[in-house]
Design a protein around this ligand. Sequence first.
Ligand code: G1P
Length: 279
Amino acid sequence: MSSTINKCLFPVAGYGTRFLPATKAMPKEMLPILTKPLIQYGVEEAVAAGMTQMAFITGRGKRAIEDHFDTSYELEHQIKGTDKEPLLDGIRGLIDKCSFAYTRQIEMRGLGDAIMEGGKLIGDEAFGVILADDLCTNGNECVMSQMAKLYEEHNCCIVAIEDVPEQDVSSYGIIEGEQIADGVFKVLNMVEKPKPEDAPSNMGIIGRYILTPDIFDVLRNTPLGKNGELQITDALNTLAKQGKVMAYRFKGRRFDCGSVSGFVAATNYFYEKTLQEKS
Ligand code: G1P
């Protein structure tokens, strides 16, 4: 199996109900932190990790994402040669470097179901998964790059984790693991959104995964789990029992931009950073 990862999957079909009414007619992934939509941060991270083929699991009402990763002739014609033109350099660079493929999740049956749908765009190779509302930042090396490096070494599924407050474990997939190197765990068990009293630890999975293509078969054979949805955590647990999943305590910072407080924290963080870079 080739160990270089080229494809990254972006499940973007979710409704974003926590941001209503803003997300009534606009995908939550298009909410901007400063001037850049969340999804663009995600794609930039994938590119920084060496991936060039972006695959989106979309749904109804998500057309703005496709339009964002496309040329906007009228607008670009209007601002050509003006001081506004450089504002599009970043997105144009991504469009030049990457391919973008889309498939729709017809019914919302959970993250596992979305990833299973993505199988059509991935084929038989390992791939990254980025949940764009988890916005990650790290000075030198982005989280997906750190994970891709680890994948080169271990050739197995990897989930990014961070320690979460005990009262919040019921919002995450939680792992139980055995530390095999600094920040690297062999996963022994994982549970989707357990009650605090049932949680095997407080190590929560965040929205960064590297998955091997055997996950698709496992997903097809995984029963519905928490909230009646097909959970990626349950499918990964099957592979974990075969010693094929690692967890990685990433270096950097993650903002839960699926929540208003996390979104505001990310906005403040990136704004401060911009001010510092200017001074
Ligand atoms: C999903 C996963 C969960 C993971 C989380 C990370 O949950 O099911 O295991 O911890 O993403 O953001 P969601 O937040 O989509 O409910």
